[in-house]
Design a protein around this ligand. Structure first.
Ligand code: UD1
Length: 345
């Protein structure tokens, strides 16, 4: 029987980009998604890029039996686990839903990996585990700070769960990838970020404003201690990010990992302010963006960007695309998505 890679949340934003990179590199992929925060149309986009539909299972990973059925049906060698809720604000309103969804699905997967002898997991973590770091750029050895939201806490607890599981299941190996701010879309514009309702994140809000779906962008805070007063983040192109997952997975499959649980920052190593992101967008799109400087958003940290030395040295991975590349691809995706919506109406 052929060996497959399970991509949970494979219809989602980072998941879909990782699926197409895996397929491009010759891996057999099984996508699992409960479509709670993704669209079936993402699978059509994937199929157009890949030339076929990778197997898709609409399963909720908090359902142990359904998940076990999946392990019986396929022969997984590795799991790339994206499936999780990810909205910071929503997690404050619905903490228990976040803990149940993000933690129970992980626990189910780890139990079944143990039972069915699947030894390799790449886990989708976040720079949110660092809070506002004292030293910038932030490296993997920076102290984990108390989470600012239930969402952030699920990422911290998930890393701890994996760590503890590895002690009891010595055959298990995992890599946690701590993402900074993923943006942009596949160059084909056939897949991209598809937020439901009003976007929480900056870049989809910018592109939706430019295309006329939103009236104006609110820039949250202009009195931060940064060169132009707006927050700094490390924006990384989603395709660069997707590629790092395959490298991490190969590292596990080839037993090149240096410990059973490794952590890597995935960012560009460079920060950009909100106004710099807007300028980049205006430059590559030729559009003037309507925006207003407003009050700070509660819970936002002032500035963070990644020390990527470890990922560069150990994974041999480096972000290649620029902020301009990412903003142009996000804009192309927004235009393509809106034109397909119009055709459907
Ligand atoms: C945060 C988390 C990240 C998490 C993500 C999920 C940190 C450092 N990052 O990202 O781990 O995965 O949420 O959603 O904790 N902004 C505006 N106007 C808007 C939207 C955003 O000015 O309409 C600004 C924000 O104030 C921030 C920047 O844009 O400075 C990026 O915001 P966003 O895209 O929401 O991501 P983070 O909050 O950095």
């Amino acid at each position: 029987m052929k060996k497959q890679i399970l991509v949970t949340g494979g219809a989602g934003y980072i998941g879909s980009h990782t699926v197409v990179e895996l397929v491009a590199q010759g891996y057999e992929v099984v996508i699992v998604d409960n479509l709670s925060n993704s669209e079936r149309s993402a699978l059509d986009g994937i199929s157009k890029i890949c030339g076929f539909y990778p197997p898709f299972e609409e399963i909720d990973l908090t359902d142990y039996q359904a998940t076990e059925h999946l392990f019986q049906k396929y022969n997984f060698v590795a799991i790339i686990h994206f499936a999780a809720y990810k909205a910071v604000g929503e997690s404050v309103q619905k903490p228990l839903a976040y803990y149940r969804n993000n933690l129970v699905s992980l626990i189910n997967l780890l139990e079944l990996m143990n039972k069915y002898g699947v030894d390799n997991m790449v886990f989708s973590s976040s720079c949110t585990v660092y809070g506002q770091p004292e030293k910038l750029p932030v490296s993997e050895s920076a102290p984990i700070q108390k989470a600012m939201s239930p969402y952030g806490n699920t990422k911290q607890i998930s890393e701890e769960i994996i760590q503890d599981a590895i002690v009891a299941m010595p055959q298990l190996k995992a890599i946690a990838l701590r993402y900074f701010n993923p943006i942009g879309a596949h160059e084909s514009a056939l897949i991209g970020e598809l937020p439901r309702g009003v976007p929480n994140n900056l870049v989809p809000f910018i592109t939706q404003t430019a295309i006329g779906v939103r009236e104006y962008l609110r820039v949250f805070g202009s009195d931060y201690n940064t060169p132009d007063g707006t927050c700094i983040r490390d924006y990384i192109h989603v395709v660069d990010l997707a590629k790092a997952h395959i490298i991490a997975m190969k590292r596990l499959l080839e037993n090149k990992n240096k410990s059973s649980f490794e952590f890597f920052n995935l960012g560009t190593g460079k920060g950009a302010t909100v106004l710099e992101v807007i300028k980049s967008f205006e430059k590559v799109s030729g559009q003037k963006l309507n925006y207003k400087l407003v009050e700070r958003r509660p819970g936002d940290i002032e500035k963070i960007w990644a020390d990527t030395t470890l990922a560069n040295q150990e994974l041999g991975w480096k972000a290649e695309k620029t902020l301009d590349d990412a903003m142009l691809s996000a804009w192309r995706w927004e235009q393509h998505y809106r034109s397909t919506l119009q055709k459907k109406q």
